[in-house]
Design a protein around this ligand. Structure first.
Ligand SMILES: [Mn+2]
Length: 421
């Protein structure tokens, strides 16, 4: 189906990422490129796939590592070409011993070979070993990759994997709330995330987890996760489990000591209201910009009510002065990658209209750091974000993570369990 959208005499090459050396002969753990997972289901390193159209025919060639007794002693058995066909559905599979010769022959039938720019390093290594190439090579211009445009729409099989990733993530966040206590360090909370993800058969974290107490929650990509928690502080946990390549992306913010202070509660209710209104508005035909505008509107109104912003709502939205409290966007696509591929706008530069099968997050927030001027003490050191995973349906949407507590009452009930209050 990807081949359908390719021009005649063009090819698309997909290559596993290069191993990344940590030190000496130790590598960082390998993860297959998302496109290769999507197109082949093969998760082994040193895999490549060429899709191409000649003048008359379409071809798929898959290359895998050769069997090797010495290497297999260290890193385990390697698949045969027959098994690779079974997993991927690609009929023509060779080992990497034959790769250069087969690629060179294929390149002679095409004029233009394209790849996705994230694969550049690995692509260069493969192509450097084949000279002369006999065809032009260039990356797909941003957001035009035919595979990426397909990955925007999830089928039932992908939905099942996303549901499982969401389920593991929801039960993990629930455990965190139940066991939170002001005597803990952020790293203990992070340890529970890793434990529960793997215990339930998840691949692990789909992205580096953010576990931030107090002011650390206002650092958007805080990943040190190594400070003592404090009573009367909130903790923000942004953690999603990856399951068979597909990741959830979930944030909850909850009181370390079990109960929100009145100011924390007030800000939390604003973020929750924004998030619920955006979810309620989600259906085919609306855009992620529409949902962002809903969140900005609710957040600005709330900040005006508590006198954290001054002026008229229209002016604040127009001059974007709300951004000191809410600096990020509300949504991103979700799938094999936490910030999944797919163009945010169409060819005419209009924002993409939501359609059934699209999956994305809704994650408004309010952040007030310890050094923000002219803010009273009670509102400082507060970072709040509430994030759920949304699957667009024919008439609206399903919230894949809806089982996870998020009202003030439900969150406090879970958190007080652990604090024995
Ligand atoms: Mn997110």
């Amino acid at each position: 189906m990807v081949l359908d959208s390719m021009e005649s005499q063009t090819g698309a090459l997909f290559v596993s990422p290069c191993p990344s050396i940590r030190n000496g002969d130790v590598e960082y753990s390998f993860r297959q490129s998302s496109n290769l997972i999507y197109l082949t289901g093969i998760t082994a390193p040193e895999t490549s796939l060429l899709l191409y159209k000649s003048k008359t025919k379409v071809f798929e060639l898959l290359f895998i590592r050769e069997r090797d007794v010495t290497h297999e002693l260290w890193t385990g058995p390697r698949m045969t070409c027959e098994v690779a066909t079974e997993i991927s559905g690609v009929e023509t599979v060779y080992t990497n011993n034959d790769r250069n010769e087969k690629l060179a022959a294929s390149f002679s039938e095409i004029e233009l070979l394209q790849y996705t720019s994230i694969d550049k390093e690995a692509i260069d290594i493969v192509l450097d070993s084949i000279k002369p190439l006999g065809c032009d090579v260039m990356p797909y211009p941003k957001d035009t990759h035919p595979v990426h445009q397909r990955r925007l729409y999830k089928d039932n099989y992908e939905r099942k994997l996303l549901e499982r990733a969401a389920e593991i993530t929801v039960s993990t966040h629930t455990e965190l709330m139940k066991h939170i206590s002001p005597t803990m360090n952020e790293h203990e909370v992070h340890a529970q995330i890793l434990y529960h993800f793997r215990k339930q058969g998840g691949d692990g974290e789909g992205y580096p987890s953010i576990v931030g107490g107090g002011n650390n929650a206002t650092i958007l990509h805080y990943t040190m996760n190594n400070a003592l928690l404090k009573d009367r502080n909130l903790i923000l946990v942004d953690a999603g489990c990856e399951y068979q390549g597909y990741t959830a992306d979930v944030t909850r913010t909850f009181p370390v000591g079990g109960l929100f202070t009145p100011e924390q509660r007030a800000l939390y209710e604003i973020v929750l209201d924004a998030q619920c209104k955006a979810i309620a508005a989600t259906k085919p035909g609306v855009t992620l910009n529409d949902l962002h505008a809903i969140c900005v509107d609710v957040i600005v109104e709330g900040l005006l009510e508590f006198e954290l912003l001054e002026g008229s709502k229209r002016q604040i939205i127009a001059d974007e002065s709300y951004k000191k409290f809410y600096p990020h966007r509300t949504s991103h696509w979700l799938g094999l990658d936490v910030h999944d591929v797919g163009a945010p706008s169409d060819r005419n530069n209009q924002p993409v209209l939501l359609e059934p099968g699209m999956v994305f997050t809704i994650e408004p927030g309010i952040y007030i750091g310890d050094s923000m001027p002219n803010i009273s003490e009670e509102y400082r050191n507060i970072g709040i974000r509430i994030e759920d995973d949304i699957f667009v349906t024919e008439n609206g949407c399903d919230v894949l993570t809806e089982q996870l507590a998020k009202t003030v009452d439900d969150v406090e009930t879970l958190c007080c369990e652990g604090n024995n209050l």
